[in-house]
Design a protein around this ligand. Structure first.
Ligand SMILES: [Fe+2]
Ligand SMILES: [Fe+2]
Length: 436
């Protein structure tokens, strides 16, 4: 048995003991479970988990969470555990998962998370509406529901995080947490929906829930459409990158690397996730305008003549002309249009200066130049990262924004090499003026 399987087996065993323990405790302390609501919400949980929407990265999202919240509010921890178990293993999971241990871990996680959430609901003053008939104030109940929801979310996230760590390592775990943070508002909305559904069931029983499930199905459908649009968006970007690379052999891999450097720099500067995402797309497409430049010029092995250089300098405007009519890509135009401006105003296309240049364009300029310098060209060898860093530092404040250069070096951990150590005069390190 491989070490990875042994770790998973041990993890599954510990989790199963915990799940059995908390389930037994809650069944003993809660008394009989209301059968009809558990059946109804168990069916909703199973159906919604069976039609969950794949999220980019490592996980899927479903509205099954709503059923568990409704079950906590109506029946308490034990009812919630049964409802959660109904949605824990779907036919698709059985087909997709190679190790049955993963299914067991899923089931255990659902049980532990829902019982823990149910207990928090009760400990914070919430009462199961079908078990305790005394009137309760809605604001107090809502506070308990949100406390329970936070536990349900956190335990699930923690369990998935352990799985991601075991199977894919630290980097994947960091990416997973970044994605998971974005889910919080969605799950807050699903919590309110679960609470409303519980009240609807209490007032109108199964018929009420049948009606209330319609908006749930619509929400599910809307989410699916959103994910399809997102996929279409990513395919468009991928196709455009492929077109650029087909035209200019030099750019093969360049766009992705510039996107990675730009992303690392933007994160180092503390930019929002949304801004980082847009910058990544801008970086992938920053050379799009080269589609309109003659191949003869793009693939010329010698230095460009003044006229050729003039034509090459049109590429930010050509890219803008291509992107202007693509509504979902128009946000990335400023970064691409201005990625050859210099911090001191000596660049092109508008001779903008300093902070007049969009921050995204300043970051892109540094990432683009760095990758160009550490890549070999037909007429010169690649610079080492340390030499390229020295060049970026020497051009900080003139060609580049010092802040962006410092952030890129901090993010990559590259130390600039001193010009005298390289053994050539500083003036000779002038590769960054190339149109990249
Ligand atoms: Fe460029
Ligand atoms: Fe470039």
């Amino acid at each position: 048995m491989r070490a990875e399987s042994r770790t998973l087996g041990l993890f599954a065993m510990v989790l199963t003991v915990c799940a059995a323990g908390v389930l037994w405790l809650t069944l003993v302390s809660d008394g009989p479970i209301p059968v009809l609501p558990v059946l109804v919400f168990g069916a909703v949980a199973f159906l919604s988990e069976s039609f969950s929407v794949e999220l980019p990265g490592t996980a899927a999202m479903s509205v099954g969470f709503v059923s568990i919240i409704a079950a906590i509010v109506l029946c308490g921890p034990s009812g919630a555990a049964v409802v959660a178990a109904c949605g824990a293993i779907t036919p698709a999971d059985v087909r997709a998962v190679t190790s049955k241990l993963v299914l067991l871990v899923n089931l255990d996680t659902y049980i532990v998370a829902s019982v823990a959430a149910g207990w928090v609901y009760v400990w914070t003053g919430g009462r199961p509406l079908l078990v305790v008939t005394t009137a309760m104030r809605i604001p107090g109940l809502l506070a308990s529901v949100f406390a329970a929801s936070a536990v349900l979310f956190s335990v699930n996230i923690a369990a998935v995080a352990i799985g991601v760590l075991l199977r894919h390592g630290n980097t994947a775990l960091r990416d997973f947490f970044k994605i998971a943070l974005h889910w919080i508002p969605n799950y807050a909305a699903l919590t309110v929906l679960g609470f409303v559904l519980a009240y609807v069931y209490r007032s109108a029983s199964v018929a009420g829930v049948a009606l209330a499930v319609v908006p749930l199905a619509v929400a599910h459908q809307t989410f699916q459409v959103y994910m399809k649009l997102r996929e279409a968006y990513q395919s468009t970007v991928r196709s455009l990158v492929a077109a650029i690379e087909a035209k200019d052999a030099y750019t093969r891999g360049h766009s992705e690397r510039v996107a990675d450097y730009a992303e690392a720099t933007a994160r180092q500067l503390g930019m929002s996730e949304d801004a980082v995402d847009k910058l990544k797309v801008a970086a992938l497409l920053h050379d799009l305008g080269k589609l309109g430049i003659q191949r003869r010029i793009l693939s010329k092995t010698g230095r460009l003549t003044e006229d050729e250089f003039g034509l090459m300098q049109e590429h930010p405007e050509l890219a803008t002309a291509i992107l202007r009519d693509v509504s979902f890509l128009e946000d990335i135009i400023p970064a691409i249009y201005h990625h050859h401006e210099h911090y001191d105003g000596s660049g092109y296309v508008r001779n903008l200066k300093g902070e007049q240049i969009p921050l995204t364009a300043r970051i892109l300029a540094v990432a683009d130049a760095y990758d160009a310098m550490i890549s070999a060209r037909p007429y010169r060898d690649a610079l080492t990262p340390e030499m390229a860093a020295a060049e970026l530092v020497s051009c900080s404040g003139s060609q580049f924004d010092r802040k962006a250069v410092d952030a890129l070096l901090a993010a990559t951990g590259v130390q600039p090499q001193l010009a005298e150590e390289i053994g050539i005069a500083e003036g000779q390190l002038r590769f960054v003026d190339e149109t990249t």
